[in-house]
Write a protein that binds this ligand. Structure first.
Ligand SMILES: NC(=O)c1ccc[n+]([C@@H]2O[C@H](COP(=O)([O-])OP(=O)(O)OC[C@H]3O[C@@H](n4cnc5c(N)ncnc54)[C@H](OP(=O)(O)O)[C@@H]3O)[C@@H](O)[C@H]2O)c1
Length: 284
């Protein structure tokens, strides 16, 4: 039996490839998931698990360019249909942005959804197509993902500081749980292997704001001298609205696996060690 990792090259897919070295990893050049014929050639009987880590994660662009829907919404339905026909398990990943951010507590799997941006609506469409397909499906919602070599907030802060910026203005009124992609990959594997199906939330432990995360990143990354200025979402307008409260409740994950996600600060230190090793320098 074969396992497939779709979206190879992305932050999560690289984590999955280390967890499942025997799986066949397919990047967009080998397999564009918006091409149904190409999907049909690889998701065939004999495939046991499809790990879908492919996504269009350009949240702001999604507001004006509907092409994200082909990847995040329509293709997920096609992948799920092929998984059903092949008898394969689909492990798919979704987002905290399916919620409107207005709850006064962390979001549980069965809380009402209400995305406030186009990316969130597209990802919700993908979830719904997968769940309605009749395939065996595990969907893990996660938030604020970072890993070395990806486009993410942690590296953006480090790169801005390294480029000589002495002051950075960062939003302090959106809260969430940062998630290290290798930890997420391990969580997906643990959940899938334990027989979990349906929706499950996973994020590293510890909630913070983007400002709070930037503070940890710069202090741990060797840039304590960069001045951080907290600001409101209104003071830092972006094309896509973001939920104010993006904090995911991971108690279902903890009950299912008997394990607790480690603190994001610990994962951040590992991220910094990997970056430093890649650059040939000791971590700060
Ligand atoms: N990043 C976050 O903060 C975040 C937060 C919540 C949930 N998630 C979800 O977590 C999952 C993993 O995302 P990630 O953080 O690993 O994102 P990522 O680093 O952007 O990886 C996504 C990968 O998908 C590839 N891809 C895009 N369009 C494709 C297509 N048509 N066919 C095949 N591959 C395609 C991308 O290739 P190119 O780079 O060549 O475009 C990229 O390698 C996604 O489902 C995402 O929605 C992410």
């Amino acid at each position: 039996m074969t396992e497939l990792i779709l979206g190879a090259g992305g932050m999560l897919a690289r984590g999955l490839a280390s967890e499942r070295p025997e799986a066949r990893s397919l990047g967009i050049r080998e397999l564009d998931i918006t091409d149904p014929a190409a999907l049909g050639r690889v998701i065939v009987p004999g495939v046991s698990i499809v790990w879908n880590a492919a996504a269009d994660t350009r949240v702001d662009l999604a507001e004006t360019d509907p092409s994200h829907l082909a990847v995040n919404d329509v293709a997920v339905g096609e992948i799920a249909r092929l998984c059903r026909d092949a008898g394969a398990l689909l492990v798919h990943v979704s987002t905290d942005y399916v919620f409107d951010g207005r709850a006064g507590r962390a979001w549980r799997e069965d809380d009402p959804v209400g995305p406030v941006n186009a990316y969130g609506r597209g990802k919700l469409g993908g979830e719904r197509r997968a769940l309605a397909s009749g395939a065996q499906v595990l969907i893990v919602r996660t938030s604020w993902v970072f890993a070395p070599g990806g486009v993410n907030f942690v590296d953006t802060m480090l790169n801005l500081a390294a480029s000589g910026k002495t002051e950075l203005k960062v939003v302090d009124d959106q809260r969430g749980r940062p998630t290290f992609a290798p930890d997420l990959a391990r969580a997906l594997v643990t959940l899938a292997d334990s027989g979990a199906r349906g929706l499950v939330h996973f994020a590293n432990s510890g909630e913070t704001s983007w400002f709070g995360l930037a503070k940890e990143v710069l202090a741990r990354g060797g840039f304590p001298h960069v001045k951080l200025v907290p600001c409101t979402t209104a003071e830092f307008p972006r094309p896509a609205a973001r939920p104010a409260n993006s904090v995911l409740d991971t108690s279902l994950y903890e009950r299912r696996t008997g394990g607790a996600p480690r603190p994001f600060t610990e994962a951040l230190d590992e991220h910094l060690r990997i970056r430093a090793a890649a650059a040939g320098a000791p971590a700060a």
